[in-house]
Design a protein around this ligand. Structure first.
Ligand SMILES: Cc1ncc(COP(=O)(O)O)c(C=O)c1O
Length: 420
């Protein structure tokens, strides 16, 4: 894996200036990024330009249609670089992550053979659980990989679950609910050792750190663009041979090859153009972070941006945990030790003693702070944590445009709540 070397200070003022929604003139604090992040100006421009200049179907001979073909090809190249894919034909565009997971699960369901066991986790978003559980109808056997008391999945626990019958391990890179990250390269080593494939849900991790499908050595990986500073869309990566082998639905005139066999039908081209621009934005951030202004490759800039984001977000995580500790009476779920923030994203799931999750979010909403309560679409994890509906928890999910000052204002409001 490429390492980006020394970096300049994190340019938070420049970053915030790129996001119009953060500069609307009020004191809005957006801590609901795990449900979808804001988009920078160049993404808004790309979507607008697409609709204005080339809102036509691809595949025609006229200029505007050829431009759509070119925009999709460019987006595929950019996403391939973002993921470190071997080739851009391994990238399929579509509506969202859930529909892609289901496309793969239906295809796998048709090819289970003697390997009928699928490993799922109790840390994952339900999108990466229910889609696999649905295969029980066609004879799959589900094996559960549970988190330990520390709120983390430990790859060593997989060994007793894997065997000659394991077809696939489906797990996340990071929990959208409690932020715990997973050592997926180690998961791949163990899964492949047993002859199984690995499907990774990268939706929550996407905006938080470097994605490298070659270093992860996974077989499939899915992301939602709208978590990565783009409009609503999703993309699936798979090893070319694995995607080509999937029995997907397609009309006869669609080639039996990835990406076409995965993305049958028309998707939202303007949002794909937006995703492409979101990667341009990350590259600009990577260039800004370089101490040495010598030209670097697009991938190097992306990696530098994501490493810079990861390091900056570790500081946000430490500050969130510090504030929670200082306020007192805040129960944080998942990784709580500031020395272990490398095992989490700045996604803090908690409850305030004596205050319901809903009341905490109501209070924050009155103060113009966006946080979310509920089960975070990880209902099994919530049961595991003793937070089954209707109790739930509060989630404050930050990304790289959030600041220490915002966390401190959030802390003041937590203090207010405690003193009521
Ligand atoms: C970790 C994770 N996986 C899957 C999903 C579902 O993604 P989509 O809305 O793109 O289907 C989400 C959405 O929040 C998520 O956070």
């Amino acid at each position: 894996m490429y390492h980006s070397g020394p970096m300049t200070e994190f340019p938070i003022a420049w970053i915030r200036s790129q996001f119009p929604a953060l500069n609307a003139g009020d004191d809005f604090i957006f801590f609901d990024n795990a449900a979808g992040a804001q988009a920078p100006q160049n993404v808004l421009d790309a979507v607008h330009e697409h609709l204005f200049k080339r809102n036509v179907q691809r595949g025609g001979r006229y200029r505007q249609s050829r431009e759509v073909d070119a925009a999709i090809a460019k987006a595929r190249e950019s996403v391939a670089l973002f993921l470190n894919a071997r080739q851009s034909s391994e990238i399929a565009f579509g509506m969202n992550a859930t529909s892609f997971i289901r496309i793969v699960s239906v295809a796998l369901g048709e090819t289970l053979g003697d390997r009928r066991e699928i490993v799922v986790t109790d840390l994952d978003h339900e999108a990466n659980v229910a889609t696999w559980l649905a295969l029980e109808r066609v004879g799959a056997k589900i094996r559960w990989w549970p988190i330990r008391q520390d709120g983390r999945l430990h790859p060593a626990d997989l060994d007793e679950l894997l065997g000659a019958k394991t077809r696939l391990v489906a797990c996340t890179l990071a929990s959208n609910a409690i932020g715990s990250t997973v050592d997926v390269a180690e998961v791949a080593r163990r899964a492949h050792g047993a002859g199984a494939e690995l499907f990774l849900d990268c939706v929550h991790y996407g905006p938080h750190g470097t994605i490298d499908v070659q270093a992860f050595d996974c077989d499939y990986l899915v992301c939602s663009g709208y978590k990565i500073f783009s409009p609503h869309m999703g993309f699936l990566w798979g090893k070319q041979a694995a995607l080509d082998a999937l029995p997907t639905f397609r009309e006869d005139f669609i080639p039996d090859q990835a990406p076409f066999k995965i993305e049958v039908g028309t998707y939202v081209y303007e949002n794909v153009a937006g995703m492409s621009a979101a990667i341009d934005y990350l590259e600009s951030l990577g260039r800004k972070l370089a101490t040495n202004k010598a030209p670097t490759s697009r991938r190097e800039n992306i990696v530098r941006a994501m490493e810079g984001i990861r390091a900056y977000e570790a500081k946000l995580s430490v500050e969130m945990l510090r504030v929670a500790e200082e306020v007192g009476g805040i129960e944080v779920y998942g990784v709580r030790d500031p020395a272990l923030v490398r095992h989490r994203t700045p996604t803090l799931c908690f409850n305030v003693q004596g205050v319901t999750a809903a009341a905490t979010c109501e209070h924050m909403a009155e103060k113009n702070i966006a946080v979310r309560d509920g089960n975070m679409y990880s209902p099994r994890l919530m049961v595991r944590l003793g937070l089954a509906d209707p109790r739930g928890a509060v989630r404050a999910s930050l990304v790289h445009y959030n600041t220490i000052e915002e966390i401190q204002r959030f802390g003041q409001e937590l203090r207010q709540l405690r003193s009521r």
